[in-house]
Write a protein that binds this ligand. Sequence first.
Ligand code: NDP
Length: 298
Amino acid sequence: MVAKIIDGKEFAARVRGEVAAQVSALAGHGQPGLAVVLVGEDPASQVYVRSKGKMTVEVGMKSVEHKLPAETSEAELLTVIADLNADESIHGILVQLPLPGHMNEDLVINAIDPAKDVDGFHISNVGLLGTGQKSMVPCTPLGCLMMLRDHHGSLSGMDAVVIGRSNIVGKPMAQLLLGDSCTVTIAHSRTKDLADVVRRADIVVAAVGRPEMVPGDWIKEGATVIDVGINRIDAPEKGEGKTRLVGDVHFESAVERAGAITPVPGGVGPMTIACLLANTLTAFCRSKGLPEPEGLTV
Ligand code: NDP
């Protein structure tokens, strides 16, 4: 079997198009606003923040960026967040992680109004998701769930394994799959016989951060593979000093056994920003007492 390639770039463009259409249709109720706060000069974070701002404007939303120097105190950052919480033109607030070492990330994230917490990391949203209530769902797992639902329709009764138990990907992903009535196994660095666990799964979500650690022969014939990992490795075949991106799954061998698979790059990655915009629209609708945007939330 050669797997269907799930094209995240195309899917994300579709989601952004849907967000743009709904923003336009709701113009009579106001304009959704997303604020991104960046502390310090981490180059990767700067790239993310730039592309988030550009796409926010493209879907017709208001985009606000707060770029603060690395030496900003925690108290100063908390004041910026308090102002954004109180700002009625802002419906989503994202604090770009990681924060500089002198800041307490949990404290900062929990200072965001949970209704504006479009990353879904606030402890209230974590609790709401864990108890199956309406919440803000973290963007990367939300994107993975959208792709799985699009491919399968119902996920009910499927065996799913999530490799990785981080708060931003693994755990919320497992909660979402459980919410869709999968039988869920969460694997991590202490899991015994990971190969055996993966071989039983109809759905494999890999969120580890280790290049190509899941070989194709671990994948059950016909399984759906969602590769969240983004790893940069040397690519001497492209020339001296060149690098390339790979996932946590060995794509070339997995594509021969899976029923469907996301590539890296071009799979889960583009869905994350699309889901951030979807969450901002959801937050806007909830703040106005409007119905939830269809197909863009769980
Ligand atoms: P973390 O480092 O926070 O978590 C990694 C998880 O993998 C941990 O739970 C760890 O287990 C587990 N793990 C490590 N080694 C093994 C192993 N040998 N076998 C099984 N499990 C193992 O990473 P994140 O969740 O933040 O990110 C995971 C990957 O996803 C990264 O490559 C990251 O770049 C990517 N990512 C991509 C996004 C996107 O938009 N596409 C967004 C966010 C992340 P333990 O808990 O026991 O240590």
